[in-house]
Write a protein that binds this ligand. Structure first.
Ligand SMILES: NC(=O)c1ccc[n+]([C@@H]2O[C@H](COP(=O)([O-])OP(=O)(O)OC[C@H]3O[C@@H](n4cnc5c(N)ncnc54)[C@H](O)[C@@H]3O)[C@@H](O)[C@H]2O)c1
Length: 384
């Protein structure tokens, strides 16, 4: 078993998810490679108690990411920091020769993303991927296999999205995800958008143009100190794109939604693909359920498949049991390490987001901002 020693930079919400996934690596009996967390960079190192208590292999805790990157024991890093720090820290990690799993959006804007990608191209020996865990739900892996086998037929249309309602409360205090200077001009697209792009981009489908409708619904929020401050980030994004499958030349509509103010939706990731032979629909609102309609010329009947633990990377959990968010995170890390170790993934949809896919998301979001400004449909090639 190969061990890859990791440092975590930005030990917030997602850093703990990674650490917990690493701690139960015995769950994945067929993996020939495992992560070990040996270093931590936290703004406030004194508050590293949870990590110190549960991860005795952590020998370095620092508030300086440069010190972590200078640690020769660290082979790879997971960086989960606010968006305005992505370019600086991702480039420093790549230049230091550390394999990188970076959080989306992989740069606060197109220029930052291009700087990171240029850096990655100068260091092909460094393995670089972007975090996105939802396609590892078993139903989505099944959809991927249907796409791969051609069972969908001709794609008629596609909808994907990621919906939250956490910002419906206008009295929720502002934090960095609602500040343009830290989260970025993309607003909710930078924050949630990659999740909605991962599956269609992995399928090879390419947006040619976009008409965007972006909404700033809550314009002011408490500042947490008794006052109120402007909240200028886009809360909701609805994009209508003309998509092309370069393999067939076929074009079809893709409706993309990333929304922070979607009443009733806690953390809903969904995909719906209508095809001439098979149509499918999945939402994390009902994570075991995959809806399918197989058309053979007779009745058109939507059926329900109950998905169990049918994972891309085999797990010790029995096949009939339920899969959840933490499992998706662990599967994504299995994908990262599998590809780092073996040089490829066992199947197309069992891989993490690549730098090229991230670059395409930035071109889409940049074109979407231009569309919102002009009220027109914008071609992606005109927005780069
Ligand atoms: N994959 C997902 O589902 C998912 C979910 C949430 C957030 N994210 C992404 O993860 C990243 C971080 O978001 P989060 O929700 O974990 O935020 P967070 O605010 O919970 O954590 C960010 C962490 O970065 C630390 N930090 C800030 N500046 C730092 C610096 N100079 N050096 C080291 N650490 C620093 C903060 O102290 C904090 O602990 C963002 O890119 C976000 O888009 C991904």
């Amino acid at each position: 078993m190969r061990t890859v020693r990791f440092g975590i930079i930005g030990a917030g919400l997602m850093g703990r998810e990674f650490a917990s996934a690493a701690a139960r690596w015995c769950h994945l009996p067929e993996m020939q490679v495992r992560p070990e967390i040996v270093a931590l960079c936290k703004r406030n190192p004194a508050a590293a108690g949870w990590y110190r208590e549960h991860f005795p292999a952590i020998r370095q805790v620092t508030d300086d990411y440069r010190a972590l990157l200078a640690n020769p024991e660290v082979e790879a890093v997971y960086v989960a920091v606010p968006h305005n720090l992505h370019a600086e820290i991702y480039c420093a990690a790549i230049e230091a020769g550390k394999h990188l799993m970076g959080e989306k959006p992989f740069g606060i804007d197109l220029a930052a993303n291009q700087a990171i990608l240029a850096c990655a191209r100068r260091h092909p020996e460094v393995f670089v991927r972007c975090c996105s865990q939802m396609p590892f739900f078993p139903a989505v892996q099944r959809i991927g296999r249907l796409i791969d086998s051609g069972a969908i037929g001709t794609v008629i249309e596609v909808e994907t999205g990621f919906l939250h309602s956490s910002d419906l409360d206008a009295n929720k205090a502002i934090n960095w995800k609602r500040m343009i200077e830290v989260n970025g001009e993309y607003g909710v697209m930078g924050d949630l958008g990659m999740h909605a792009c991962h599956l269609p981009f992995r399928a090879g489908w390419r947006p040619r143009n976009v008409r965007a409708l972006l909404s700033d619904i809550v314009k002011e929020r408490p500042d947490g100190r008794g006052g109120r401050v402007p909240c200028r980030t886009w809360d909701n994004a609805t994009l209508l794109c003309e998509m092309e499958d370069p393999a067939t030349g076929q074009r079809f509509p893709w409706t993309f939604k990333s929304q922070r103010i979607a009443p009733g939706e806690k953390n809903t990731w969904y995909v719906r693909i209508l095809g001439t032979r098979t149509s499918v629909s999945f939402s994390t609102r009902d994570p075991k359920r995959l809806d399918m309609l197989e058309y053979t010329g007779g009745e058109q009947i939507w059926g329900q498949v109950q998905m169990g633990m049918e994972t891309a990377y085999p797990s010790v959990t029995g096949g009939i049991f339920e899969f959840g968010f933490s499992d998706a995170v662990q599967q994504m890390w299995a994908a990262y390490l599998y590809e780092l170790h073996h040089g490829s993934v066992p199947s197309r949809f069992a891989g993490c987001v690549t730098p090229d896919e991230v670059a395409l998301s930035h071109r889409l979001f940049t074109a979407a901002l231009a569309s919102q400004r002009s009220g027109q449909t914008v071609r992606l090639e005109d927005a780069s």
